[in-house]
Design a protein around this ligand. Structure first.
Ligand code: SF4
Ligand code: SF4
Length: 172
């Protein structure tokens, strides 16, 4: 989208809970040896690091497909937990929210955050040390400054035509 084009969202199953993802009992280091399309559903969900970056509004140049993230967060994002506040009924409020799957990742990866575990693995890269699957602690994504905790602005405060004023100059 250009600055004037409609925003798009996507995300994964999360809830209000601080870390709703159960990463217990998964195959050892599955993310290093199991292709994305062959992962079990729990493994797929466990890839999410809980950063919340995918719930930021984005602007895309319709000519170049270049994507810019903004500090303007989806209306349902809780920027303390970095989770969707109404995941189960989010489509009622945000119908454009997209669920990432092994089937659609090839079309979506290019506009996901650079640190997103799904994008990293799709591009053949390794997870970062702060990823909960590596650290064993869901807080490390926040401690490493890799989440959106505490620095977003809610979209209901910012008209869409002003989102370009909130573009993040550094990649995320
Ligand atoms: S950007 Fe990727 S890793 Fe971060 S919350 Fe979204 S799906 Fe999870
Ligand atoms: S509806 Fe929820 S999951 Fe979807 S973009 Fe908004 S905060 Fe994220």
């Amino acid at each position: 989208m250009t600055a004037a084009a409609p925003a798009r969202f996507w995300n994964k199953p999360v809830s209000k809970a601080r870390d709703p993802i159960n990463r217990e009992g998964l195959r050892p280091k599955f993310w290093e040896r199991v292709p994305l399309k062959n992962m079990e559903p729990r493994e797929w969900e466990a890839l999410c690091d809980g950063c919340g970056k995918c719930c930021l509004n984005k602007l895309e140049d319709e000519d170049t497909n270049e994507v810019a993230f903004t500090r303007v967060a989806c209306r349902l994002l809780d920027d303390e937990s970095c989770r969707c506040a109404q995941y189960d009924i989010r489509k009622q409020f945000v119908p454009e929210c997209v669920v990432l799957t092994p089937q659609n990742i090839s079309k979506i990866a290019y506009w996901m955050p650079e640190t997103c575990a799904y994008r990293l693995l799709y591009e053949g890269k390794a997870l970062h040390d702060w990823h909960p699957l590596i650290s064993g602690n869901s807080e490390t994504v926040h401690e490493a400054g890799q989440s959106v905790r505490g620095w977003t602005v809610p979209e209901f405060e910012i008209p869409e035509e002003e989102w370009e004023n909130y573009i993040l100059e550094e990649g995320i």
